[in-house]
Design a protein around this ligand. Structure first.
Ligand code: CP
Ligand code: NVA
Length: 337
């Protein structure tokens, strides 16, 4: 038997098997239980963790920080403007230096190539805290939240509404179909997921018995949904696109009318957050003034409704990130799954 996770990086969903994801989700649930009962779980005693952030973050940064401390490790935040990366030093050289000092590295940024390069040259596990292409630690928290609510994943239907080709949509589509979840992408044709990602998901779905649906038809997309999921219409790095996205994505907003179309009173609403559900943010206010739209991807009514589980989901970022760090860096015996 081998310890399947030890020393591995967590970069993109395609690198893992169904059993491995299921293991990480169940392990996170176990770590959550330990935390709630106040049972120490210092699997990373004495380790140093680098947290590299090119883009801003609340949840991912807070989750990596608190998870590392709960595991007995020391996290160190290295923001884009604090270090030499990019401007004065290449990714390869940065990776080699950090790998001499840190036992694991989290990276959030733009390019998937950069996180892959850090993993290639650092010699230590690298965890993807979001790139333009994927958001894999988010996906684990999302499916843990789904499992907590329904007791299972296989056979459920998750409908992702909005920008169907962003990092969060990609991760949910690929990992969901791998684990037997029917994934529907409800978005305008211009924002359908890339063909290679749909093909990958269709291949996984064939094996797991799930199905994939990519459509701009609300009735077809949403009927029978167990989970309605949305994310911002404009991702980090695309802030010049508010005008076109607001116009294009208004019909894809999650509101009570859309929820009714699901005809499932047990459905849950998820959002990776941050969310534009009112005008209490700089961008929210700006969009309301310029385009007359006060709620973007989700209405305030849905956000505060009985269906909403996004704050549980946010908490689960910490438990799932803890599972990933402990499994890949800890001295745990995890049999081949
Ligand atoms: N969901 C998520 O990744 O949130 P942050 O951008 O705040 O980290
Ligand atoms: N798609 C969003 C996710 C934020 C957590 C973004 O990349 O900005």
């Amino acid at each position: 038997m081998t310890q399947v996770f030890q020393g591995r990086s967590f970069l993109a969903e395609k690198d893992f098997t169904r059993q491995e994801f299921e293991y990480l989700i169940d392990f996170a649930a176990h770590l959550k239980d330990l935390k709630k009962r106040g049972v120490p779980h210092h699997y990373l005693e004495g380790k140093n963790i680098a947290l590299l952030f090119e883009k801003t973050s609340t949840r991912t940064r807070a989750a990596f920080t608190t998870a590392a401390i709960d595991l007995g490790a020391h996290p160190e935040y290295l923001g884009a403007n604090d270090i030499q990366l990019g401007k004065k030093e290449s990714t390869e050289d940065t990776a080699k230096v950090l790998g001499r000092m840190f036992d694991g590295i989290e990276f959030r940024g733009f390019s998937q190539d950069m996180v892959e390069e850090l993993a290639e040259f650092s010699g230590v596990p690298v965890w993807n805290g979001l790139t333009d292409a994927w958001h894999p630690t988010q996906m684990l928290a999302d499916y843990l939240t789904v499992k907590e609510n329904f007791g299972k994943l296989e056979g459920l239907t998750l409908v992702y509404c909005g920008d169907g080709r962003n990092n969060v949509a990609n991760s949910l589509l690929v990992a969901g179909t791998l684990m037997g979840v029917n994934v529907h992408i409800f978005s305008p044709k211009e924002l359908f997921p890339a063909e290679d990602i749909v093909k990958l998901a269709e291949g996984y779905a064939k094996e797991s018995g799930a199905h994939v649906l990519v459509t701009d038809n609300a009735d077809k997309a949403v009927k029978g949904a167990d989970v309605l999921y949305t994310d911002v219409w404009v991702s980090m790095g695309e802030e010049d696109k508010f005008k076109e996205r607001v116009e294009m994505l208004k019909p894809y907003q999650v509101n009570m009318e859309l929820i009714k179309k699901a005809e499932n009173e047990d459905l849950i609403f998820l959002h990776c957050l941050p969310a534009f559900h009112d005008t209490n943010t700089v961008y929210g206010k700006d969009v309301a003034e310029k385009f007359g739209v006060e709620e973007m991807e989700v209405t305030d009514e849905v956000f505060r409704s009985k269906y909403a589980r996004h704050f549980d989901q946010a908490e689960n970022r910490m438990h799932t990130i803890k599972a990933v760090m402990a499994a890949t860096l800890g001295n745990l015996f995890i049999p081949k799954v």
